[in-house]
Design a protein around this ligand. Structure first.
Ligand code: BTN
Length: 377
């Protein structure tokens, strides 16, 4: 740690602060060099995605690190960065956040910050770059992330002090990095991450990696930061890449049972919205028929009756119905059973349905939150 001297290099505009940090590292920059830009023209996200970086709407930051520890532990740099961001936002904005594996910072299940850690070969050995993008102000998010993104200003209701966040963040990164290098530090970071993330244990999640999609329940982290996910057959997979999203517990009785549980029916409908919002690569056979029938006398349960029985409330019914109508408009004829919806992924009509599902998801979440507030007051 003796070499760790945070120095800040500021740019008005740059392709990507991560790329600049890599160039600087290759040119011999010591660890602790921080790159900040007001805007990025080629901001980079995980899994080869772009990171929109409008001027002054976010904090675009990268730091050069030259870890002395085993490369097998380097994936923990992303996790320790997430912990550093979490603490910095708590200290500078009084904001409590959640961490979604591996290192998305979320508030109310919407992403507020993303972290991209990369490595670069330099003449002084391998260096690590931790790149952090914090959404400070609401911006025109691309349509596919509008419903799942948020910003500090949006959640705190006050204009954030970017300099204070940056100053605090540089301190918290320095402290966590020092801890990570100390004996027992890696275990400490894992424990702290688990204590700071609602995704660490017992969370039903869907994992998407290229074309592989599976669901399971989270069971903590491996020593290298991989997420342990227990499949329904009891096997445990260690997830080292890909996207993880939360899903409700599977409505096991919903699709197969001859006398379906009425509560599971509701869960099934909500699951379907989640499934489609997530890109819907694993949809039950015949699901479009089900969507087209929606509440119309399905299993003999009329919507009025479902509302009277307290299975769904009027707000949920209205949201689900609006989504169903959009779906029917997009696909007036039912897509036939067992159609592989993966083929539809690039289809604009399907994309409009995915967007509608995201909106429905958001409306359902807001409704649930407002009901929670009402019932607790
Ligand atoms: C993610 O996909 O969630 C990671 C996004 C990381 C974005 C930040 S912004 C600063 C730094 N420079 C980049 O090009 N990317 C990271």
């Amino acid at each position: 740690m003796a070499d760790f001297h945070p120095t800040i290099l500021r740019f008005d505009s740059i392709d990507s602060t991560n790329l600049e940090a890599m160039r600087q590292a290759k040119a011999g920059a010591p660890e602790g060099l921080c790159i900040i830009a007001r805007t990025q023209t080629r901001g980079r996200g995980r899994m080869e995605r772009a990171w929109q970086s409008p001027k002054d709407a976010g904090l675009y930051f990268s730091i050069v690190l030259r870890p002395a520890f085993e490369m097998s532990t380097w994936p923990l740099i992303g996790l320790m960065s997430a912990l550093a961001v979490s603490e910095a936002l708590a200290k500078s904005c009084d904001l409590k956040v959640d961490i979604k594996w591996p290192n998305d910072i979320c508030v109310n299940q919407r992403k507020l910050c993303g972290i991209l850690s990369e490595t670069v070969e330099t003449s002084g050995g391998m260096a690590a770059i931790a790149g952090i993008g914090i959404n400070l102000k609401h911006q025109e998010f691309p349509p596919e992330i509008e419903a799942i993104a948020t910003a500090v200003e949006e959640v705190t209701g006050v204009s954030p002090n970017a300099d204070l966040i940056l100053e605090t963040l540089i301190k918290t990164i320095g402290q966590r990095y020092e801890l990570l290098q100390s004996p027992g530090g890696a275990e400490h970071i894992i424990r702290e991450w688990c204590a700071s993330s609602s995704y660490a244990f017992g969370r039903r999640v869907r994992v998407t990696l290229n074309h592989e999609v599976f669901e399971g329940t989270t069971r903590g982290l491996e020593a290298d930061g991989a997420l342990r996910v227990e499949l329904d057959d009891g096997r445990v997979k260690a997830v080292r890449a890909g996207d993880v999203t939360a899903v409700r517990p599977a409505a096991a009785t919903w699709s197969a049972s001859a006398t379906p549980d009425i509560q599971a029916f509701r869960e099934g409908l909500l699951d379907m919205v989640d499934e489609i919002a997530a890109g819907g690569t694993e949809i039950y056979g015949g699901f479009t028929e089900i969507l087209c029938m929606w509440f119309d006398d399905y299993w003999g349960h009329h919507p009025e009756q479902l509302i009277r029985d307290g299975v769904i409330n009027e707000g949920e019914h209205a949201i689900l119905n609006r989504f169903s109508e959009k779906f029917r408009k997009a696909y007036p004829k039912a897509v036939h059973e067992e159609q592989d919806l993966r083929k539809l992924q690039d289809d604009p009509t399907w994309k409009s349905v995915v967007m509608a599902a995201k909106h429905a998801q958001l409306e359902l979440r807001e409704l649930a939150e407002s009901e929670m507030v009402r019932s607790s007051s």
